[in-house]
Structure formats: C-alpha cells, structure tokens
Design a protein around this ligand. Structure first.
Ligand SMILES: [Zn+2]
Length: 50
C-alpha cells in the first residue's frame, strides 16, 4: 500500500484527499492549499466568537 500521507478535506470544495506526505497539502481539484490539520466533525458555522 502506498504512503498517501495524511487525509485532508478541502474547505473550499469539500473534496477529500491525501497530502502524499507533502508539507503543504494541495487540493487536486481546486488547487487550494490546506493549512490546518484540524479535523472538523461538524461543519456547523458557529459564529459565537467571544
Ligand atoms: Zn478543493
């Protein structure tokens, strides 16, 4: 099995992809660089900034 690296989900298009071990995971669909490794379980837009 190939080393796909970490799994990411593009916040722009929602596509799930792997970073292939690269430090800057780029979405293969829209080319957006995903910065955070944050795993969001809920895509709720919580605008409750304190
Ligand atoms: Zn994307």
């Amino acid at each position: 099995m190939a080393d796909l690296g970490k799994k990411h989900e593009c916040e722009t298009c929602g596509m799930k992809f792997y970073d292939l071990g690269k430090p800057e995971p780029v979405c293969p669909k829209c080319g957006v660089i995903e910065q955070a490794e944050v795993t969001k379980e809920d895509e709720d837009d919580d605008k409750d900034d304190a």
